[in-house]
Design a protein. Structure first.
Length: 444
């Protein structure tokens, strides 16, 4: 048995719905009247849910700012599809700033197929001092409220009992019948060009990925291609032409060994002119341990990953070691911590990579991040990364020109690299002004 916990402030009946094959017009008598806020819980037979997954409403989210994986993890009573043409109803998310400095989020539900004609609108208003997790939970509540209008019109309605409490929302995606067997394919190609009288630039890109994600296994393979070509024609100088090219293929597989362990491999072969690499082949068996259950990964995770394998590199030009190729035994260790709370979230990564060679090549990286709602209206965000570089085995033997460095065509020897970004925001004043007024916005 499984329970669907929905938070809703509009409900007037608490009985089992006897017939699910009705339309909105035919059942106006079953209206939903506003009352005091309360938690509505739905009890249903999970065996029927698994076998008759065609009865479960299919939904498509139209949102460019949402954490869609979070909703998939938290909501088991809907089937999330990747194309709106496959959906029984769609949810369009809109957002706009309000007078308080917060945002008004509008969710527009539109029914299709057997739900044609059922439209619902929900709103959620955030305040300036809300954390991202508070906003995410608020949107989840609004999504649940709007979805109830479709659940009570679905074949699942006869299995719904409002008087039952509790929920198990961990319905595995594997149990849903799918002609694609959980495979998702993505193909992307892009072109970008810009120029002026003295220069022009053309960037070409393409990528493909094939992914299958289930409770027991995660497999992904694909390729990418990026080529950036530029020409500069400056007075009194010969035209400067250069190209920065990178492409490759990759494959990885992670097999679940319970709630905390996973094993698998990472592999790939790629070419990158910036790094003087004609080709670099990598394959490494991998093991990972998560202190917390993987099912809680959206809220907290503390993962330790270890890889042991080898890599073989072929170079475009001779390296400073007078070599055109190298074969390394390699190992890497990564620790990653992430915690999402109402006050904000914190993340931290520590990575170490070692190549067995006489020169003892290694790379050490530290990557912290934090968003912190310090007090009402005051928010701090910090993101950064620092790496100690002792693994630039690919550097060219011949001298590098300043033009090649400035234009990003080649790397120079460096003992480290880093980046840091910090931001602080303080908002104060009225938090009750949810008026939307777009006059003069975007004029400048």
């Amino acid at each position: 048995m499984f329970l669907l916990g929905l938070f809703i402030s509009e409900i007037s009946y608490a009985q089992t719905i006897p017939n699910s094959n009705f339309t909105e017009k035919e059942n106006n008598k079953d209206t939903i009247n506003p009352t005091v806020d309360k938690t509505i819980n739905i009890l249903a037979d999970s065996s029927n849910f698994k076998k008759e997954n065609s009865s479960v409403p299919k939904v498509f989210l139209i949102c460019d700012f949402c954490d869609i994986e979070f909703y998939k993890n938290e909501i088991s009573h809907l089937v999330f599809v990747r194309d709106q043409r496959l959906a029984d109803f769609t949810i369009l998310f809109r957002t706009i700033n309000t007078g308080s400095g917060g945002s008004e989020y509008g969710l527009e539900f539109t029914g299709k197929n057997m739900y044609e004609g059922i439209t619902v609108k929900e709103k959620f208003n955030s305040t300036p001092n809300m954390s991202q997790n508070d906003i995410r939970e608020g949107l989840l509540s609004a999504l649940n409220k709007g979805s109830l209008h479709y659940l009570i019109h679905s074949p699942l309605a006869s299995q719904i009992h409002y008087e039952i409490t509790g929920m198990n929302n961990q319905q595995p995606a594997d149990s849903i019948r799918d002609k694609w067997n959980l495979w998702i394919f993505n193909v992307n190609a892009n072109i970008f060009g810009n120029g002026q009288e003295y220069m022009n630039n053309l960037s070409l890109g393409a990528n493909f990925s094939a992914n299958r994600t289930s409770e027991k296994n995660l497999f992904e393979a694909g390729f990418w291609y990026n080529n950036n070509r530029s020409i500069y024609k400056l007075e009194g100088m010969e035209p400067l032409k250069y190209s920065i090219l990178s492409y490759g293929i990759y494959s990885q597989d992670a097999i679940s060994l319970g709630k905390h362990w996973a094993i698998g491999y990472n592999s790939g072969i790629y070419s990158e002119t910036v790094s003087n690499l004609k080709s670099n082949f990598i394959v490494a068996p991998t093991v990972e341990y998560n202190i917390f259950p993987y099912s809680e990964a959206m809220k907290k995770q503390f993962r330790f990953n270890y890889q042991l394998g080898f890599s073989q590199a072929h170079y475009v030009d001779l390296t400073y070691r007078n070599r055109l190729s190298d074969l390394f035994l390699s190992q890497s260790f990564t620790a990653r911590y992430q915690l999402v709370k109402n006050w904000g979230n914190i993340g931290m990564g520590l990575g170490f990579k070692h190549l067995y060679d006489n020169e003892n090549f290694y790379n050490l990286n530290f990557s912290p991040s934090i968003t912190w709602n310090i007090l009402k209206g005051l928010n701090l965000s910090i993101y950064g990364s620092y790496s100690i570089l002792r693994d630039q085995y690919f550097l060219k033997l011949e001298d590098v020109t300043s033009t090649e460095v400035i234009t990003g065509q080649i790397q120079l020897k460096s003992a480290f690299n880093y980046f840091l970004t910090m931001g602080i925001n303080y908002s104060f004043g009225s938090i009750y002004n949810n008026v939307v007024n777009v006059r003069f916005r975007g004029i400048n």
